[in-house]
Design a protein around this ligand. Structure first.
Ligand code: FAD
Length: 308
C-alpha cells in the first residue's frame, strides 16, 4: 500500500516540532498536524530551556516552525486530528482545519502522538483567569520568578505536603491552603510546621488578581483575605485527545499514554512523545523526546525498507 507520508506527527508543540525537525533531516515525508495552542499558552515565558530561557511560548514555536522551512519533505498544516485508524501496516487519520472546512484524510506509515495534556483547575473564580501568571503549576518553571515572596500552595493530603515543602526552597513564606479539610496526617503537619509552613483549612471563595493576571490575594468564604504573590498547585490532568484510547493503545494507571523504552505505544507503529507519555513534564524534555522518537521511527522505517 502507498502511504501519503512516512510519518504523521500529531501536535506541533515542543515534542512534535522537534520530531519533525529530525525526521526532515532524515529526508522523511512528514505531515505535522498543528491542532492549536500548546499547554503553556497562558504563560508569559518558557523557563529552563537552554538558550531560550524566558522566551514566550508562541515565539519558541514560531522559531520551531521557521527552522522546519528548509526541509522540503516536511509539511505543516493547521489540522486537528479527530480520528485515527489502522490501515495495513500504517494508519489513516481524519481531521479538520477550521470547523467549516471539509474533513481531510491522510495516510502514514507511522504516527507520533505529541498531543500533550490539559490541566484541570479547581472550579473557583480566579484560577483559570490567573493561570500561568499568578496561579502556577511548577516551581521548576516559575519558582525563580516569585522567589522570596509570600506564596500559597493549594491542595490536600500528600500532594500538597510534597509541593509545599518543595516550594519552601524558593521562599520562606509559604502557606498551605486546603479549601476545606486538608486530610493531612500528623506527620505531614509536623513536617510542614518544621519548615514554618502555615496551614489554612477554611473554604476558599476566590482568587483576586490584577487585570494582567498577577495574584493579589486569596479570599476565603468568610470574606477574610490572604495576600500572596502566587499560588502553586498540582492540577490533575487529562490527555488533550482520546486518539490513543480510541485506537486501542494502553494508558498507564495515571492516564498517560504507555510507551516502551523506544517510545512506542502498545500499538506497533504508534509512538508518543512529550507530556502525553509518562515522566517529568518540561518543554526541553518534550523536545528531547521528539528527537528520540524521530530517531527510533526512522530506524524502524529503515528496517522495513531494508529487510534481512
Ligand atoms: C502554565 C504553564 C507554564 C509552563 N511553563 C513551563 C516552563 O516555564 N518551562 C518548561 O520547561 N515547561 C513549562 N511548562 C510545561 C510545558 O508547557 C510542557 O512540558 C510542554 O508544552 C510539553 O510539550 P508537548 O509538545 O508535549 O505538548 P504541548 O506543548 O501541549 O503541545 C501539544 C500540541 O498538540 C496539539 N494537539 C492536541 N490534540 C491534537 C489533535 N487531535 N490534532 C492536532 N493537534 C493536537 C495541541 O494543540 C498542542 O499544540 C508549562 C506548563 C504550563 C501549563
Amino acid at each position: 500500500m502507498d502511504f501519503d507520508y512516512d510519518v504523521l506527527v500529531i501536535g506541533a508543540g515542543s515534542a512534535g516540532l522537534s520530531a519533525a525537525l529530525t525526521l526532515g533531516r532524515c529526508l522523511r515525508r512528514v505531515l505535522v498536524a498543528d491542532g492549536g495552542p500548546p499547554r503553556n499558552a497562558a504563560s508569559p515565558g518558557v523557563h529552563g530551556f537552554l538558550t531560550r530561557d524566558g522566551i514566550r511560548p508562541a515565539e519558541l514555536l514560531r522559531l520551531g516552525h521557521e527552522q522546519l522551512a528548509p526541509y522540503e519533505t516536511v509539511t505543516t498544516q493547521c489540522l486537528h486530528i479527530d480520528e485515527l485508524v489502522r490501515v495495513g501496516k500504517g494508519f489513516r487519520a481524519t481531521g479538520h482545519g477550521t470547523a467549516d472546512d471539509a474533513p481531510t484524510t491522510v495516510t502514514a506509515r507511522r504516527v507520533l502522538l505529541a498531543t500533550g495534556v490539559s490541566d484541570i483547575l479547581p472550579p473557583l473564580p480566579g484560577f483559570r483567569e490567573l493561570w500561568g501568571r499568578g496561579v502556577l503549576h511548577c516551581p521548576y518553571c516559575h519558582g525563580w520568578e516569585v522567589r522570596d515572596q509570600p506564596l500559597a500552595v493549594y491542595g490536600q493530603g500528600r500532594t500538597v505536603t510534597g509541593l509545599a515543602l518543595l516550594v519552601s526552597r524558593w521562599s520562606r513564606d509559604v502557606i498551605v491552603v486546603t479549601d476545606g479539610p486538608g486530610h493531612l496526617t500528623p506527620n505531614a503537619r509536623r513536617r510542614l510546621r518544621r519548615e514554618k509552613i502555615g496551614v489554612r483549612e477554611e473554604p476558599l471563595a476566590r482568587l483576586i488578581g490584577t487585570k494582567t493576571g498577577e495574584l493579589r490575594c486569596l479570599q476565603f468564604a468568610d470574606g477574610s483575605e490572604l495576600e500572596r504573590a502566587a499560588l502553586f498547585l498540582h492540577a490533575p490532568q487529562h490527555q488533550r485527545t482520546t486518539l490513543a484510547t480510541d485506537i486501542g493503545a494502553r494508558l498507564t494507571s495515571k492516564g498517560a499514554v504507555w510507551v516502551d523504552s523506544s517510545l512506542q505505544t502498545s500499538l506497533p507503529g504508534l509512538y508518543a512523545a512529550g507530556d502525553t507519555k509518562p515522566g517529568t513534564q518540561q518543554a526541553l524534555l518534550a523536545a528531547a523526546d521528539g528527537n528520540r522518537a524521530a530517531i527510533v521511527i526512522n530506524e524502524s522505517l529503515t528496517r522495513e525498507e531494508c529487510p534481512r
